[in-house]
Each structure stands twice: as C-alpha cells, then as structure tokens.
Design a protein around this ligand. Sequence first.
Ligand SMILES: Cc1ncc(COP(=O)(O)O)c(C=O)c1O
Length: 430
Amino acid sequence: MIEKDVSNAGMARGVPPVWADGHALDVGAIRRQFPILKREVNGHPLVYLDSANTSQKPEPVIAALDDYYRRYNANIHRGVYQIAEEATAAYEAARQKVARFVNARSVREIVFTRNVTEAINLVRYSWGRANVHRGDRILLTEMEHHSNLVPWQLLAAETGAELDFLRIDSQGRLDLEGLDRKLEGVRLLAFAHQSNTLGTINPVPILVAAARRAGAHVLIDGAQAVPHMPVDVQAIGADFYGFTGHKMCGPTGIGVLWARRELLEAMPPFLAGGEMIKRVSLRNASWNELPWKFEAGTQAIAEAIGLGAAVDYLCGLGMAAVREHERALVDYALERMQDVSGITLYGPQDPDLHGGAISFSLANVHPHDLATLIDQEGIAVRAGHHCTQPLMETLGVPATTRASFYVYNRPDEVDQLVGAIGRAQKVFTG
Ligand SMILES: Cc1ncc(COP(=O)(O)O)c(C=O)c1O
C-alpha cells in the first residue's frame, strides 16, 4: 500500500497496479523507519534520489550498530569472555543471514570484504593470478563500473591476457550478437548484473549459459542487483558474485564475495596476517578454513552485524515486492520524464529491463549545474560519469544526471524531480 497522504501523483495517468492492488510496499511505514527522511535540505523536505550511490539506513540498522558499540564491543574469534563470544556470534549470524539472503549453499561461501570493489579485487588477485595466463581472454562489457574494469586491466597487464568487451545497443542493452564467438578462448566473463548508470538489467541466464558452453568462469558484479531484486546465486550458477552493504540499507565498509566453495578452497589467500592462518612458524604458514582464510586482520564487526540487520529488514519487506515497487516507479518516471523538452534518457525504455536508476541529460544544461540547482529544492541526485567513463564515451557525453530510487521513494517525488528539472531548464535557457 502506498502512503495515503501523498499527492495525487500518477493519478492522471492511471495508478500503476503495484500501488493500486494493496499488495505492495507500505511506503509510508517504510519512510518512518528512515530518520534522515525527516530532515529538510535548503528549506525543503529531503527528496533522496541517489540510492544507487548509497542507500539510506533504517532504524534497525542504526540500532544494531549502536547496540554493538554500547553493549558488546569486543574483537571476534579470539576472546573467551562473554562479550567477545556475543560479538563473534553476532558476526557469524550476520554471515548466515547473508548466505540465506542470496541462497548460498553454505556459509563458507560467504566472504566479508570492505565493499564489492574489494570482493572483485580479491578474485583478481587470488583466482586471477593463479588461473589467467598470457593469451587468455577476459570478456567484460562496456557498461562496467570502474570497479569491475580496472582490476581486470591490471590483471591483463600483469599476465599478458587480453581484454575484450560486449558493446551496448542504442537502448543501453548488451549486444549479444556473436556472443558464442566472442567467448572463444575466454577465461573469465565479468559483468554487472544491473548497470549503475543505464539501469539496464542484464540477461544473466543467457550470459552464464553461454560462458559455461565456452568453458569460461563467470564473475557478476551484483552491487546494483542484490539491494533491489531477489538474487539466488545457486540458480544463477556463476562462479563469483559480489555485492556491497551500503547500497542495501547497510553500513559502509562491508561487502560480500560469494564464490563456489571448490574455487575458494583452491584459491591462495588475498590479504595475509592475523586470523587467516591455521599455524604459523617463522618461515611458513598454513591457512585457516573457509571463509576466514580470506578475512585477514580485525574485521568490520559492527558493519557486518549492521549488514545482517539490513538483510533482516529487506527480508521483512520481501525482495519481490522491492523489485516490483521500483519497477513501477521507473515505469512512472520514464513516462513523466520523456515529456520534458530537451531531455535525453539513457538505458532501456522497458521497465522490465530497467532497474531503479535513470540517467539523463538536458540540452544546454550541464549535469552538475542541474544537480546543484535542484539541490536548492532539497532534491539529491548524482551528476558525473558514475565511475563509468568508457560508457560516457560510448554515449558521447562527459557526464549524465542520474536519479535512482529505492524502497522509500514515492511517485510524488518523481513529480517533484520533473518539476524541478523544468524550473532549472528555464533558469539556464531563459
Ligand atoms: C555496479 C557497481 N559496481 C561496483 C560499485 C562499487 O561499489 P563499492 O564502492 O561499494 O565497492 C558500484 C558503486 O556505485 C556499482 O554501482
């Protein structure tokens, strides 16, 4: 159910079924759980449309962090006293929640990292250096976030492997023409489940099946997918799947690498030091069991516990309902935004293929100017290259403005955005 007291946003065009059939997110109740949404910015209620960048945090997540520091702050896996055991139990319980959330076969397949960037770098450093050789090919897409591009550039430079790229079509969808041919000799196919810039939801089953036929390994950057839709790593059948806590209602400083257990068992350690070892002598060391072999040093304990609380929170909402809410918002936003004169919308126009991020540009208005001006109305959007500089080159622009939605956004906020864009346009074009 959508909040009763919002404006009549969307009514003129017909309310999307997700808001009409009573079987959807209770956005009013959700908003009350996010304290930041009570604040004003530049004299206006905050309209937060930058969740693809980082999401806001609900009360249970804030409370989980607070509770850890107030009641049982201690290091994990080493103390024998009560609060250390409580901290260890809460940290490992968070891992179990994450494992269940993405349907991992075992908690041993869930490695905590700082973010998805570190998860991808772990694979590059550990699996990549052991398995990718001169002449091998690494296939990426031209819509990748720098986090899923630069690590492979480094690996290619280090090993003598070659990089190749799947291109996009005019609607920002991957061009799959000749996919099987492109996969010949490919050791690793790495791609984003959902593009942070275009919003494109990539055809994961097709890509994974083709990679399997070619004998390639598959890494999926799930930074923009896990927060927004049901993700089942077993059903997907890739080898590596990474995501990041701060985009899914969790704290910063915590991310996840899921990988098939056999691969993790065979992979050498990434970072070395305390906790990741079984036995150390002056000249040698042996490694801890999974997943701790990949968790060197004191971990982001509070943040992992906070991520566990975020997972509980999202499970409470239901990920199918989250996806449906965003699909309906994007449908509405695409319809409203395409009426703005001088606007170019990037990415698929079909909301079934489009996650909750819409990039656009406005004739004769620089994206940064637009974002700065609409901030005066309390509306937070991102302007820039969104860490996808090669994609900007393909689109032929230096930057775009991006509005991105999450569980707490309402259709009237889309109306406010569209109104503010119109007013900004008048300021710049007279
Ligand atoms: C698709 C995608 N990959 C990777 C990242 C990097 O996330 P983090 O900075 O949390 O590692 C982002 C963040 O915007 C993203 O959207």
